[in-house]
Design a protein around this ligand. Structure first.
Ligand SMILES: Nc1ncnc2c1ncn2[C@@H]1O[C@H](COP(=O)(O)OP(=O)(O)OP(=O)(O)O)[C@@H](O)[C@H]1O
Length: 258
């Protein structure tokens, strides 16, 4: 199931990216392509540089060497074609769900009526209709997460960067989100780059999984799970292809376990 780390129709191209923070070498010579309409997961031991790579792609921090291209253009900072969903959702506590979801559009100068219309669409898509006038503290962790996802979708970015977006929710909600995510990928045809610690989650949602080695992070394996996602969630989790892929990744990561 190993595949080349580069592909034919890449939206995001990472070339020779290395990153050193002061005296910590976080990433070494990463080459990866991320294809349109696909979800790629970065998986690897704690501290291997997953978040660092995501932030470099987002343009939030510079690489020490190498470059990232998005739609053929070299990344020099954040851009409207990329949206980042943070681990802690980064919602504005003083703003309603509607304002939070519409915030990216507000920054772009979209008119109030239009941003309300677009934001409402995504509030409905993530199942928060009726909550648009609530504030973040009035929502559960899972609902706050949905606000973060709706906000990322509302700006209509080509590339969605998700840093452990489901880590703060319980297992039941996590499974629901995974299904929502698969549905949104189907509808939206965007390029998703996802960071998680959960092997099962990675196999469940990903078209491609990139295993990174411990610091300095390098690409150690690329796995394309061959999973029939038209099956029911329970059937997918019982399918031999799913279970074999989980096992294959365990084997790949076991060598790094303490
Ligand atoms: N701003 C920073 N300054 C110095 N070192 C940093 C900084 N950010 C990250 N690092 C270091 O770089 C390495 C990679 O960190 P990063 O957060 O990218 O890893 P990660 O794979 O996302 O980890 P985790 O799975 O634990 O979230 C770690 O050793 C971390 O301590």
């Amino acid at each position: 199931m190993d595949a080349a780390a580069t592909s034919d129709d890449p939206v995001v191209e990472v070339r020779g990216v290395s990153k050193t923070y002061a005296d910590v070498e976080a990433l070494r010579n990463i080459d990866l392509d991320f294809a349109r309409g696909k979800l790629t997961t970065l998986l690897g031991p704690s501290g291997c540089g997953k978040t660092t790579l995501l932030k470099i792609i987002a343009g939030l921090i510079p690489a020490s060497s190498g470059e990232v291209r998005v739609n053929g253009r070299v990344v020099t900072g954040p851009g409207p074609e990329r949206a980042f969903v943070f681990q802690d959702f980064a919602l504005m506590p003083w703003a309603t769900v509607m304002r939070n979801v519409a915030f990216g559009l507000e920054l772009r100068g979209v008119s109030p009526a239009e941003r309300r219309r677009v934001a409402m669409q995504y509030i409905e898509k993530v199942g928060l209709a009726g909550f648009e006038d609530k504030y973040p503290h009035e929502l559960s962790g899972g609902m706050r997460q949905r606000v973060g996802i709706a906000r990322a979708f509302a700006v209509n970015a080509d590339v969605l960067l998700l840093d452990e977006p489901f880590s703060a929710v319980d297992e039941q909600n996590r499974r629901k989100f995974q299904e929502d995510l698969l549905r949104l990928i189907e509808i939206e045809k965007k390029t998703f780059i996802f960071v998680t610690h959960s092997i099962e989650e990675a196999v469940y949602v990903s078209d491609r999984i990139v295993l990174l080695s411990p610091r300095p992070g390098r690409v150690s394996q690329v796995i394309d799970p061959d999973i029939d996602r038209s099956a029911s969630p329970d059937d997918i989790r019982r399918a031999p292809a799913y279970l074999d892929t989980v096992e294959e990744i365990w084997d790949g990561l076991r060598q790094y376990a303490d």
